[in-house]
Design a protein around this ligand. Structure first.
Ligand SMILES: [Zn+2]
Length: 194
């Protein structure tokens, strides 16, 4: 998948944590049993050292992070960007992440977290910075909560026109199908009227 420059690993990880570590509904199904470590490893899979570093001790911290991230998506979805910005500023000040250059396989990359950071504070900083950049580049409207019935999962909209309103094509399709059926029922009811 080609990523737009403003949707970075931090934004995608924020969506991943918020969706896999908080209870609620996903595409019509309740999310209750959560395998925390398994879910965290899946979200940080783009960075193998993080996958290896995640341990039982980090579980509660990642769940707490996911709840904070989720609150930010909910706030933005409800139009309250000021609140979301304040929540992000709190996280950013708790986890300062000075930029530094690191050479990886001969190529310099700019990172925003200390190389020695433990896995939880590192991903906290990465997620907060990713979401903060969305707000700071006037792209907050690309973050939201799925509008399908029985779904409250977060999404980051990478589409050109920023018209996404669902967490997945599955939710989009079932919402379209439901609307189509409702129109058919309505049409049938009108026809049957004396
Ligand atoms: Zn959905």
């Amino acid at each position: 998948m080609k990523l737009d420059s403003y949707i970075d690993a931090g934004v995608l990880a924020s969506v991943g944590f918020a969706n896999s570590l908080t209870p609620g509904y996903a595409c019509g199904k309740p999310v209750t049993e959560i395998e925390v470590l398994e879910a965290v490893r899946e979200v940080v899979a783009i960075d193998p050292p993080s996958v290896a570093a995640v341990s039982e001790d980090d579980a509660d911290g990642f769940v707490a992070l996911a709840q904070r991230l989720r609150a930010i998506f909910v706030g933005i979805d409800g139009g309250d960007i000021d609140d979301a910005a304040e929540l992000l500023n709190n996280i950013l000040s708790e986890h300062p992440a000075p930029p530094y250059l690191a050479k990886e396989e001969g190529v310099w990359h700019l990172h925003h977290h200390p190389a020695s950071a433990a896995v939880l504070p590192m991903w906290t900083a990465i997620c907060a910075e990713g979401l903060a950049r969305m707000i700071g580049t006037q792209n907050a409207h690309r973050l939201g909560i799925c509008m399908a019935d029985n779904c409250d999962r977060a999404y980051a909209d990478t589409s050109k026109n920023a018209t996404r309103r669902f967490c997945s094509s599955a939710c989009q399709n079932r919402t379209k199908t439901a609307a189509f059926r409702a129109r058919k029922r309505e049409a049938a009811a009108t026809e049957n009227k004396p």
